[in-house]
Design a protein around this ligand. Structure first.
Ligand SMILES: [Zn+2]
Length: 548
C-alpha cells in the first residue's frame, strides 16, 4: 500500500509545527548605485552568453517527461550540472528520493531558489507542432511547462555565482525542486522537515505567458489531496451477489453524494476526483475500490471544513453499503501569499528586462495552437489573446478573485518571504494540463522566455544580496502584515509521509519507450532537430473550395 493511514486533519492541527519566527539581518553592506548598475549590466550580458546551455537544459528536461515523485533522470541531470559548478548536493530530502537541495556560498542572506520539475499524464507532444502529435501515444509529457523552471534558476545562479566570487559577496544560494507539484506532494514536507528554517527569502519561478510578479493573496486555492479506500466483500456477481458487499457501490455513492452537496458549497470551492480502483472484472463483486479527491478552497478553515464534509460523505457511503473506509492524505497546499517588498523590487527588474523579441515563426506557432485549442478571445483580465504576449504585465497586488489552481509553494510562502516569478515560456490561452501546453516548451519560445526570466531572477537575487534593507522590509511585511492575523498550520500531520510511490506504474509502463527519445545534445543542436521537426509545423491551410 502507498502510505500509512493518515492521522487526519484534527491531529494535523494539534501537532502542527508553528511557523518559526525568524529575523535574519544580512551582513552585506549596500553597494554604491553605480557599482550595482554595472554588476546588473554584467549579469544580463552573462545570461545572454549562456543561451546555448539554457536551451540544452530546457530541451533535456522536456525529453525526460517524468511524472511526480518519479523525476529520477531529471534530478540526476540537474544536480549533476550544479555539482559540477561547485554546489553541494543533498539528495532525497524530506524522504522524497527525487528531491534535493543544492547549496553554494556562505553566510547571510540565505536565499532559496525553487521551481517544479514534474509533468502531466498523457500529455506527450512533439514540440513545435501546433496540433496533437504525441512523441509516444498515451505517455506523460510536459503539458504544463515544468521542464523550464530549474534550468532558468540554474542559468541565473551560475551567472550570479561568477560575480559573487569575484566581488567576494557573502550569501548562500540554495536551489531546490518542486518534486511532484502536480500532486501537491512535497513542499509542505520540506517545510515540516526544516529545510526552510534558516532561509531569509525565497524566489520561486513558474512558467507562464508573460514576465510578471505579484504580491499579497494570489487568488490561488489551497487544497487537500486525499484518497478514500473502501473495503467490502467479494462474491460471484452472477451466482451469489447477495453475499457480496461492493466497495465500488460505496465509491459511486460517495461521489453522487458529493455532487449533490456541490450546490450548497461556496462558489469559490473546486473539488474533483478520479476513481483509481473500480474493481477488477464485472463478475466479481469489487471487494476493494478507491476514489481520489482534490478538495480546494480559498482559506485554511474552509479547506478543513470541506475535508470534514468529505470524511462524513465517505462514512455515509459505508453505511449505505455495509462497507468500511480508510483514507490517506496524498498531498496538500496552503493558499499562496506573496511578499510585497521583494515583488516590488523584482518588478523593477522585470521592467528593465522586458519581454523577449518573438520571431514571426514563434507567433505563427502560437496562433495556430490557439486556433487548434479554440482559445478564448479574451483572458480572465479582459485582455485579448492573440499570439504571444507583447505587452508586459503590470505589478498586481492582492486579489479577491479565485483562481482555481493550487501550488504547494503556498506552504513555503507562509514560512519565509516568497515571490513567484512568472516567465513567458508558453503560449497564452491554452487549456492547461494538456498536450497543447507542451507545444512551445522545447522551442525558441521557451528558450527565450527562460532567458528573460533568468535575467529578472538574477537581478533580483543580486538586490537581495547587496541591499540589506530589502530583506528587512520583506520580513517586516511577513511579520507585521501577512502573518499578523493568519498563522500557518500545515494540512499534513507530523506522521503523514510523502506519497512517493505515486506514478511508479505509469513510468514503468512508458519509460522504456521514452528513453529512446531522450535528447542528445552531443549530436543535435536542439531537440527539434533531433526529432526532425520543421519549426513551426502547423496544419496546412484548407485548399480553396474544399469543405472542412
Ligand atoms: Zn505548475
Amino acid at each position: 500500500m502507498l502510505l500509512s493511514r493518515s492521522c487526519g486533519w484534527l491531529l494535523a492541527g494539534l501537532l502542527s509545527l508553528p511557523a518559526l519566527a525568524q529575523t535574519a539581518p544580512p551582513v552585506n553592506a549596500p553597494l554604491p548605485p553605480a557599482k550595482l548598475e554595472a554588476l546588473k549590466q554584467e549579469l544580463i550580458g552573462e545570461i545572454d552568453k549562456q543561451q546555448k546551455a539554457t536551451q540544452q537544459m530546457v530541451d533535456m528536461v522536456f525529453s525526460f517527461g517524468e511524472l511526480g515523485f518519479q523525476e529520477t533522470e531529471t534530478s540526476r541531470y540537474l544536480t549533476g550540472i550544479l555539482k559540477k559548478n561547485g554546489f553541494v548536493i543533498q539528495s532525497g530530502i524530506a524522504g522524497v528520493p527525487t528531491a534535493w537541495t543544492a547549496t553554494w556560498g556562505s553566510g547571510k542572506p540565505v536565499i532559496a531558489i525553487g521551481s517544479d520539475i514534474d509533468c502531466i499524464p498523457k500529455a506527450s507532444q512533439k514540440p513545435g507542432v501546433a496540433y496533437h502529435d504525441p512523441i509516444i501515444e498515451g505517455a506523460p509529457g510536459h503539458g504544463e511547462g515544468h521542464n523550464s523552471g530549474v534550468p532558468l534558476n540554474i542559468t541565473a545562479v551560475l551567472a550570479l555565482k561568477k560575480i559573487m566570487e569575484r566581488e567576494k559577496l557573502p550569501g548562500t544560494l540554495m536551489l531546490w525542486p518542486g518534486a511532484a507539484e502536480e500532486l501537491l506532494g512535497t513542499k509542505a514536507y520540506y517545510v515540516r522537515d526544516g529545510y526552510f528554517k534558516n532561509v531569509d527569502a525565497c524566489i520561486f519561478t513558474h512558467v507562464s505567458d508573460n514576465l510578471s510578479v505579484s504580491w499579497g493573496d494570489s487568488g490561488y486555492t489551497g487544497a487537500v489531496s486525499v484518497k478514500f479506500l473502501f473495503e467490502g466483500q467479494a462474491a460471484h456477481a452472477g451466482v451469489n451477489p447477495w453475499r457480496g458487499r461492493s466497495a465500488l457501490d460505496a465509491v459511486e455513492l460517495m461521489d453522487v453524494g458529493w455532487n449533490f452537496h456541490r450546490e450548497h458549497m461556496d462558489v469559490n470551492q473546486r473539488s474533483h476526483y478520479v476513481i483509481t480502483d473500480g474493481g477488477d472484472q464485472p463478475n466479481v463483486v469489487p471487494s476493494k475500490a478507491a476514489v481520489w479527491y482534490y478538495l480546494r478552497e480559498r482559506t485554511d478553515p474552509k479547506i478543513r471544513e470541506m475535508y470534514a464534509d468529505a470524511l462524513k460523505m465517505a462514512e455515509g457511503a459505508t453505511l449505505m453499503t455495509k462497507t468500511t473506509v480508510t483514507h490517506e492524505v496524498l498531498g496538500s497546499a496552503w493558499p499562496i501569499h506573496l511578499n510585497k517588498a521583494i515583488a516590488q523590487a523584482m518588478y523593477q527588474n522585470i521592467r528593465r528586462v522586458g519581454l523577449p523579441q518573438w520571431s514571426a515563426a514563434d507567433q505563427v506557432l502560437a496562433r495556430a495552437a490557439q486556433a487548434e485549442t479554440k482559445a478564448p478571445k479574451m483572458d480572465g483580465l479582459n485582455r485579448p489573446i492573440d499570439g504571444l504576449a507583447t505587452r508586459l504585465d503590470t505589478l498586481k497586488g492582492p486579489t479577491t478573485t479565485t483562481f482555481g489552481g493550487s501550488d504547494d509553494i503556498g506552504d513555503i510562502s507562509w514560512t519565509v518571504p516568497t515571490v513567484v516569478l512568472r516567465y513567458p515560456a508558453n503560449i497564452p490561452g491554452l487549456p492547461g494540463h494538456h498536450w497543447a501546453n507542451a507545444i512551445a516548451m522545447a522551442t525558441p519560445i521557451a528558450h527565450k522566455g527562460v532567458t528573460a526570466g533568468a535575467k529578472a531572477e538574477a537581478l533580483t537575487l543580486l538586490d537581495l544580496l547587496v541591499k540589506p534593507e530589502l530583506i528587512k522590509e520583506a520580513w517586516a511585511y511577513f511579520n507585521d502584515v501577512q502573518t499578523k492575523d493568519t498563522k500557518y498550520t500545515p494540512l499534513i500531520s507530523v506522521t503523514d509521509k510523502p506519497a512517493i510511490t505515486l506514478n511508479q506504474g505509469i513510468m514503468a509502463q512508458y519509460r522504456p519507450q521514452m528513453t529512446k527519445f531522450y535528447y542528445n545534445p552531443a549530436k543535435y543542436k536542439t531537440y527539434l532537430e533531433q526529432l526532425g521537426i520543421a519549426y513551426p509545423t502547423v496544419r496546412p491551410a484548407p485548399k480553396a473550395g474544399t469543405v472542412e
